[in-house]
Design a protein around this ligand. Structure first.
Ligand SMILES: NC(=O)c1ccc[n+]([C@@H]2O[C@H](COP(=O)([O-])OP(=O)(O)OC[C@H]3O[C@@H](n4cnc5c(N)ncnc54)[C@H](O)[C@@H]3O)[C@@H](O)[C@H]2O)c1
Length: 344
């Protein structure tokens, strides 16, 4: 029974890109997982439903606040819920006695935060506060939560280190993620539970988000449409393959190591930035199609370069990203063809 409890994890954003992969791996390791997601339509809901189908939740319509049992995994249940729901969220915590919470649900995307700032405050600030309150009131031992490389803003020092000052976010998205780090610090200190924030660096791979470059480029090239290349291609991203990200999260979740303080914060990236034009080249050569490039100026809120210093995560948990950009792009495109072309 004790073992069961220790193995019971809440994954929020379970129908999302990273949450889906994390849920699958946790189940494979024998954890009991409750997956939560509000299935919002920021991007194609069918992709979220298809991910859930992979997890054994095969329903075209899912009612709010109804718990569904997976047909594939005896230890997986899914619930459609808003993080902002101040009544039902505590009920869920009360019912399940989680020991570990992985909060990946959020309004993601830098650019959309200029269009719909409210969504970011609702999910990422109000929603995150509700998660913290539940962790406080229901004896959660460890909260692992997603923050973002975007907190570094226009940081000039490279690679980006968690010791660098991040007081100057240049998008509301980044500001909400920085707020999460501050809020987690406060709650861990006041109410004595462990929090680990992970600053993700441009995650890509199978089942990836359709608002991100990997999908946008692949989709446009395959459909003979021009691709939008911002800042005339003078951008660099520390693209990180999904399996390496999940491997890092699992190392943290399964670690029995005593942490020095209740507050931990890590970069989780590949630590090998790739020039945007080289990234496009990889996609072109994998597809064997030349892209038509529309060169455009820098977008508001965007940053020129990201590069993760992951030495802390290596030192503390033996994190070691393994996937080259070539291999990662190939795996993504294999999945893209299967999901978007063969299955349709
Ligand atoms: N993918 C990346 O490159 C990247 C980079 C930096 C940070 N992150 C962060 O990692 C986390 C996961 O990102 P992702 O790429 O899987 O995004 P995603 O959009 O695919 O997944 C997030 C999921 O959360 C759900 N959600 C959003 N708001 C919610 C709410 N209020 N209540 C309940 N569910 C809600 C969405 O429906 C979605 O399925 C997010 O916090 C994101 O900000 C991602």
């Amino acid at each position: 029974m004790q073992e069961e409890l220790e193995n019971k994890v809440l994954v929020t954003g379970a129908a999302g890109f990273i949450g889906f992969h994390l849920t699958k791996q946790l189940l494979d390791l024998g954890f009991e997982v409750i997956g939560l997601d509000n299935l919002n339509d920021y991007y194609d809901v069918n992709l979220k439903l298809a991910r859930l189908k992979e997890l054994g939740i095969d329903q075209a319509v899912i009612s709010y606040n109804e718990t569904l049992q997976s047909a594939k995994f005896s230890k997986f249940q899914f619930i459609k819920l808003n993080l902002e729901d101040r009544e039902q969220l505590p009920q869920l915590f009360k019912e399940h006695s989680f020991k570990i919470v992985c909060n990946l649900a959020a309004q993601a995307g830098v650019r959309y935060s200029l269009e719909n700032p409210e969504a970011y405050i609702d999910s990422n600030v109000v929603g995150f506060l509700n998660i913290l309150e539940c962790c406080r009131n229901y004896n959660i031992e460890h909260l692992v939560y997603a923050t973002s490389s975007s907190v570094y803003g226009q940081n000039k020092k490279i690679p980006f280190s968690v010791k660098d000052n991040v007081d100057h976010p240049i998008s509301l998205y980044a500001a909400t993620k920085k707020s999460n780090e501050l809020m987690a610090h406060t709650y861990g200190h006041l109410f004595n539970f462990k929090t680990t924030g992970l600053r993700f660096f441009t995650v890509y791979g199978p089942w990836g988000r359709p608002d991100m470059a990997m999908f946008l480029f692949t989709n446009a090239i395959i459909n003979a449409k021009p691709i939008k290349v911002f800042n005339n291609g003078n951008l660099e991203r520390d693209f990180t393959f999904i399996d390496d990200i999940i491997d890092g999260i699992l190392k943290i979740v399964t670690s029995k190591k005593e942490q020095k303080s209740n507050y931990s914060l890590y970069n989780i990236g590949n630590s090998k930035p790739v020039k945007l034009l080289d990234f496009i080249n990889e996609i072109e050569s994998e597809l064997d199609i030349k892209a038509e490039k529309e060169m455009l100026p820098m977008q508001a809120g965007d940053v020129e370069r990201t590069w993760a210093d992951v030495s802390d995560l290596k030192r503390d948990f033996g994190y070691k990203p393994r996937t080259s950009i070539k291999e990662g792009v190939r795996k993504y495109i294999d999945w893209y063809k299967e999901y978007y072309i063969q299955n349709k």
